[in-house]
Design a protein. Structure first.
Length: 77
């Protein structure tokens, strides 16, 4: 029916070369994920947080100006 002798060489090659490499790369990526953010990612996150705070201040200022100029502007939207 089915010839297992033809299937053995690809299985052996897979088990010797592909499987160990696959496991090493898998657990290396798991280790990097569990270590948290890198210094570069930390810096980017802080920059984005600062930009978000500045934008929130700008929005507050714009809303204050609009409230003074046109008190009913919120109802028009």
């Amino acid at each position: 029916m089915f010839d297992f002798d033809l299937l053995m060489p690809p299985i052996v090659i897979f088990m010797i070369f592909v499987a160990p490499l696959w496991l090493i790369l898998h657990y290396r990526s798991k280790k990097q994920v569990s270590q948290g953010l890198s210094e570069h990612e930390h810096r980017q996150l802080n920059e984005l947080a600062n930009k978000a705070e500045k934008m929130a201040e700008r929005i507050h200022t714009l809303e204050t100006l609009l409230d003074q100029e046109s008190p009913q502007w919120r109802n028009k939207v």
